[in-house]
Ligand binder design. Structure first.
Ligand SMILES: *[C@@H]1O[C@H](CO)[C@@H](O)[C@H](O)[C@H]1NC(C)=O
Ligand SMILES: *[C@@H]1O[C@H](CO)[C@@H](O)[C@H](O)[C@H]1NC(C)=O
Ligand SMILES: *[C@@H]1O[C@H](CO)[C@@H](O)[C@H](O)[C@H]1NC(C)=O
Length: 324
């Protein structure tokens, strides 16, 4: 079961360049399975892009829209566990998507519907007050590494919350790039803190404008208002910028990266308790209501079971279909 996890961590050879690889890999299997017991689905593929820089490809082959379902969550949780380990030599993590049209689609809304089954715990074992995906994103904000997202496709709902849980975000100025918090249109709120993150990034007025309207925001607008750090005319320019930035940061001592991040986190992230009480627990209270259950059922219908099509491609434009 953990062979797939192992195969996604080729950077391990970078950590112990002198160790015979077979012996070390055997040790790693034990290590990973003892500490991070989530199933592996190979939806998160990692490579060491340059010394200290881990490239993470989000590649949910179970979904046409890179859905944030349990496959992706399990693989990301295993990755996060590895990055949290004090002996990790990774200093910068670059997240990219294998899907040219979707960075991360959104959460699997079946998560909120009766009959949903998942191998993952509902609440996180380490943070029993947090739903698993909320704890996962929180943990990403707390990683000792610098995290950078490279966006060339759509990202909505928890996909955008994932993006804002990263330290830096860059996109290409492609029409395939759209950002949105869609929750209000479904009768709920961004439950993993999307409103809290976005209001810090772009201000209260704009956060309310975009989130309340569940608008799709393009890359040029996102860069102008501060939703993302910058947007580049071409994929090549985007990648050149991120590669240079990642390599430069990865030269610097790990403790300084983590320390700088800790101070910035202290004044730019919601407190964990506030995130739980004022985002997660609010959505949890709304989900069982008939309005929201109906909205999620309708959402799976109009999106063709959350698959690629008119609705997932153009949610902001087509949102009225939820109410036809
Ligand atoms: C995504 O994963 C599948 C299955 O492992 C693989 O065939 C495909 O090449 C991957 N996509 C990219 C862009 O690497
Ligand atoms: C989050 O991190 C904590 C340790 O700080 C750990 O106990 C928990 O399992 C992690 N959860 C996920 C989903 O990464
Ligand atoms: C919906 O999609 C999931 C995979 O995302 C699949 O397992 C399920 O069978 C699909 N259901 C229908 C009704 O198409």
């Amino acid at each position: 079961m953990f062979g797939a996890v192992l195969s996604t961590f080729p950077f391990i050879s970078f950590l112990l360049p002198l160790a015979p690889s077979i012996v070390f890999q055997d040790a790693l299997v034990t290590n990973v399975s003892d500490t991070y017991p989530y199933p592996a689905y190979d939806t998160v593929q990692t490579t060491l892009a340059s010394p200290g820089v881990l490239r993470v490809l989000l590649n949910n082959t179970y979904s046409s829209i890179n859905l944030f379902d349990y496959h992706l969550q399990a693989d990301l949780a295993n990755l996060v566990g590895t990055l949290q380990a004090p002996d990790s030599d990774v200093r910068v993590v670059v997240f990219e998507s294998a899907n040219p049209q979707f960075f991360i689609g959104h959460i699997d809304v079946k998560y909120f519907l009766p009959g949903y089954e998942s191998p993952l715990p509902l609440y996180d074992p380490g943070f029993p007050d947090m739903l698993f995906p909320v704890a996962l994103l929180w943990n990403i904000t707390q990683l000792p590494q610098a995290t950078i997202a490279v966006v060339e496709g759509r990202t909505r709902g928890i996909g955008n919350e994932f993006l804002m849980s990263c330290d830096m975000r860059f996109a290409s100025l492609s029409p395939e790039v759209l950002f949105s918090q869609i929750e209000t249109s479904l009768g709920v709120n961004p439950g993993a803190g999307g409103g809290m993150h976005l209001s810090r990034l772009i201000g209260r007025g704009r956060a309310l404008e975009y989130i309340l309207s569940s608008a799709d925001v393009d890359a040029a607008t996102a860069a102008r208002v501060g939703w993302i750090n910058d947007a580049f005319p071409t994929s090549e320019e985007l990648r050149a910028h991120v590669d240079a930035l990642a390599k430069r940061v990865a030269l610097f001592p790990a403790a300084g990266i983590a320390a700088t991040k800790q101070g910035i986190n202290a004044v730019t992230l919601p407190a964990r308790e506030v995130l739980v009480a004022e985002a997660q627990n609010i959505i949890s209270g709304l989900i069982p209501t008939p309005v929201v259950q109906g909205a999620f059922e309708r959402f799976t219908e109009v999106t063709g079971n959350q698959s690629i099509g008119v609705m997932e491609l153009n949610f902001g434009r087509e949102v009225g279909r939820l109410f036809d």
